[in-house]
Ligand binder design. Structure first.
Ligand SMILES: [Zn+2]
Ligand SMILES: [Zn+2]
Length: 175
């Protein structure tokens, strides 16, 4: 959306990562509450002390920043629900800070996001489960060899050794 993103305060793009700037331009110009939030967010950056570098990354949305930002949003009558939806959608760490600040609805929004993250993670990687000790039984799985009991992939020297003589898997968490 080049037309609407060009109306954004230019400093905002410099202040943020490419990722942040991209998500800003997606919602730009469509929602007056969102526009006000964006301007107040930017104002909070002007008011907040310059963030310290931690582990090489600038924490520009730290607790101090959100203390100032949430105060501005309140003073300019941005409903908490809108703060959680817009700010939380754009900068997920906002939910954690809103929760700490005791913003109404933040606890639910934060929990919903945690659930979504967990769900996404469980879709990405198979659920890790604890399996009781067992004798490894090798089975082919496409180009891989797995243990039939726990499903763990067996490769390299371990595979060579298990082909020579049987072995056991001891209470391992299997992927
Ligand atoms: Zn920001
Ligand atoms: Zn196994």
């Amino acid at each position: 959306m080049p037309a609407s993103s060009s109306r954004r305060p230019r400093v905002h793009f410099r202040a943020h990562s490419t990722q942040g700037a991209t998500s800003v331009s997606v919602t730009a110009g469509t929602d007056p509450v969102d526009q006000r939030l964006t301007l107040l967010h930017e104002l909070a950056h002007w008011l907040a002390p310059v963030p310290r570098r931690r582990r090489g990354r600038v924490q520009h949305h730290d607790a101090r920043f959100y203390e100032i930002a949430f105060d501005l949003y309140r003073r300019f009558d941005i409903p908490d629900a809108d703060v959680l939806v817009h700010e939380g959608g754009r900068y997920p760490s906002a939910l954690r800070h809103a929760r700490t600040a005791g913003m109404p609805g933040a606890e639910d929004a934060w929990r919903a996001r945690q659930d979504a993250l967990r769900e996404r993670a469980s879709l990405r990687a198979p659920q890790r489960v604890l399996v009781a000790e067992h004798i490894v039984r090798l089975v082919r799985d496409g180009r891989w060899t797995r243990c039939a009991t726990c499903g763990v992939r067996v490769v390299g020297p371990t595979l060579a050794r298990l082909r020579r003589r049987s072995g056991r898997h001891i209470l391992l968490s299997a992927g």
